[in-house]
Write a protein that binds this ligand. Structure first.
Ligand SMILES: Cc1cc2nc3c(=O)[nH]c(=O)nc-3n(C[C@H](O)[C@H](O)[C@H](O)COP(=O)(O)OP(=O)(O)OC[C@H]3O[C@@H](n4cnc5c(N)ncnc54)[C@H](O)[C@@H]3O)c2cc1C
Length: 121
């Protein structure tokens, strides 16, 4: 795959999806981009491996983005980064606003049911 051009990769994908490449993407520039560390945030970790957004006793330093620890939050999402930034800003600036709760989709009966349907569709 690393030897393929962007057009070749997209043509292959569109073949599987049954889309007409020339009609939809015929004039597009496709530049492949390799992301060798993209799964690094999914590495197993223990609760103390990553810092919390605002370290204990910190008055003016916080960590944002994906490599911080928020219990039960799911990495590799925009939601994660936004939530971390909210935690950092609210905590450092003493803003009394509620951080939106984490959605427990993994515990939702509807999501589980939809997943089963999708798996056998
Ligand atoms: C292919 C792909 C698909 C994805 N799909 C989804 C999806 O469907 N849903 C979802 O929720 N999430 C998805 N994500 C994850 C989501 O995009 C990221 O988790 C999110 O964008 C991270 O936001 P961030 O602000 O923490 O970091 P980033 O968006 O990575 O922002 C960091 C910024 O810092 C800049 N920067 C880095 N180093 C320096 C430096 N030294 N000085 C100055 N600036 C610097 C970078 O240029 C960048 O602009 C996807 C990610 C990828 C790669």
């Amino acid at each position: 795959m690393s030897d393929c051009t962007g057009e070749e990769i997209l043509r292959e994908l569109f073949g599987h999806l049954n889309f007409d490449y020339d009609e939809t993407f015929g004039n597009a520039n496709n530049i492949p981009c390799r992301m060798p560390y993209i799964t690094s945030m999914f590495m197993p970790r223990s609760p103390t491996d990553r810092p919390v957004p605002v370290p204990e006793c910190s008055k003016n330093l916080a960590f944002v983005s994906q490599f911080v620890e928020i219990p039960e939050e799911v990495v590799f999402t925009v939601e994660f980064s936004v939530r971390v930034a909210q935690i950092a800003v609210y905590q450092l600036l003493d803003i009394e606003q509620e951080i939106p709760p984490i959605n427990h989709y993994d515990k939702s009966i509807k999501v589980k049911f939809d997943a089963v349907i999708k798996a056998f569709a």
